[in-house]
Design a protein around this ligand. Structure first.
Ligand SMILES: Cc1ncc(COP(=O)(O)O)c(C=O)c1O
Length: 370
């Protein structure tokens, strides 16, 4: 097993159908092995700028785009620390574990935090948002696009206009969908749209990115105690020179520059979104054929991660470990959903053919376990 897992010579040979981190193509690994200049050099700034400009295209925005030397959780914390004043309230629209995490970040930073949600497996509705916003005033509203724990994709097109009408700034955690599912930042007027890169971007973990609107930029100086590491004013100041305030993981930034070029100029954005749509559709068809119910309510299933109910009542842990013996990793349900659900990630560079191959092995395992 260590030959397919750790593998001292070749690295892990496991095929990851996980909701991130995911398999990284050889061309990206090679890119990361290239020598670099320092993070204050001109060549570095050129590389950094390529990422900033590429992100604008991927997010359909003219807003400034930032690179954070953290995972996505760091930027979730940055939103809370930089945009919410002491006499203001922040609303977290939670539909699962990562919405709950964002609320916890608000609370632990001493912000006046309110959480409103729906039953796990469901999407937030315009009615819920309308109702909560009619009862109180919020300066900032935080919401996931794709909730990775439940595999639900929120109807952003329907709820964000309602949030914007209330006058609040809106922050979207698109960690498990950015670069896999289209999100039109300017059309929706999203103030901050953030993600880490180890998911649909297909880069090893260690970086997060976001777009930031002019309204959010103007809010930052009004907020006290923004901390040091995640102070947007510092990040913005450095971004003017196409740099980060602290030493960044330069190989990851080189990789991201190359991957964004691949996404925009080789695969093409629309093709990439369509491939993810096909991956989602194919997984849902497989679930239906195998008699697993989808956990998300119909119409809100994610195209990057599928969460299935354990409707066959089989030993999920065993299923996952038998599949691992065949060289594929999928994952059990998240937190309390463990053994009640399981998840298949289908994002990044995975093709429908590769997904089919894994699903056919999984089908045999499921029928043996029934
Ligand atoms: C929706 C969502 N938000 C936030 C996170 C946290 O991301 P990171 O581990 O990059 O901090 C994850 C990670 O899986 C996620 O799926």
């Amino acid at each position: 097993m260590s030959e397919i897992h750790f593998n001292k010579e070749k690295g892990s040979q496991i095929k990851l159908f996980t909701p991130g981190p995911i398999n990284i193509p050889e061309r990206i690994l090679k890119e990361m092995a290239k020598p670099n200049d320092t993070h204050r050099s001109k060549p570095y700034a050129e590389m950094h700028q390529l990422v900033e400009e590429g992100l604008k295209k991927i997010l359909y925005t003219s807003n400034t785009c930032l690179i954070s030397t953290s995972s996505a959780t760091g930027l979730m914390e940055a939103c809370v620390r930089n945009l919410v004043k002491n006499d203001e309230k922040v609303l977290f629209l939670s539909i699962g574990a990562f919405g709950d995490r964002w609320y916890k970040i608000g609370v632990t930073n001493g912000k006046n935090s309110v959480k409103e949600g729906v039953e796990w497996g469901k999407a937030i509705t315009p009615e819920v948002v309308q109702d909560v916003l009619s009862k109180d005033k919020y300066a900032v509203v935080c919401i996931q696009s794709n909730e990775t724990s439940t595999g639900v994709y929120n109807p952003l097109d329907e709820v964000i206009p309602i949030i914007k009408d209330s006058g609040a700034l809106v922050c979207v955690d698109a960690t498990s969908s950015m670069a896999g599912i289209k999100i039109d930042v300017d059309k929706l007027k999203i103030d901050i749209c953030l993600a880490s890169v180890q998911k649909a971007f297909t880069i090893p973990p260690g970086l997060a990115v976001c777009s930031i609107s002019q309204a959010a930029i103007e809010k930052v100086p009004q907020v006290k105690n923004r901390g040091f590491y995640f102070d947007f004013s510092d990040l913005l100041k450095r971004a003017e020179k196409h740099q980060t305030p602290t030493t960044p993981p330069i190989p990851q930034i080189r990789a991201l520059a190359a991957q964004i070029d691949y996404i925009l100029n080789q695969e093409g954005l629309e093709n990439r979104f369509e491939r993810h749509a096909q991956l989602g559709k194919r997984t849902r068809e497989w679930a239906k054929d195998t008699n697993f119910e989808m956990f998300p309510e119909k119409g809100y299933e994610s195209d990057t991660v599928s969460t299935m109910r354990n409707s066959l009542n089989i030993d999920i842990e065993k299923m996952v470990s038998l599949l691992l013996e065949k060289g594929y990793r999928i994952v059990n349900g998240y937190g309390d959903l463990k053994n009640k659900t399981f998840r298949i990630g289908h994002m990044g560079e995975v093709t429908v053919k590769e997904l089919e191959e894994m699903l056919s092995v999984l089908t045999d395992i499921v029928s043996n376990l029934r």
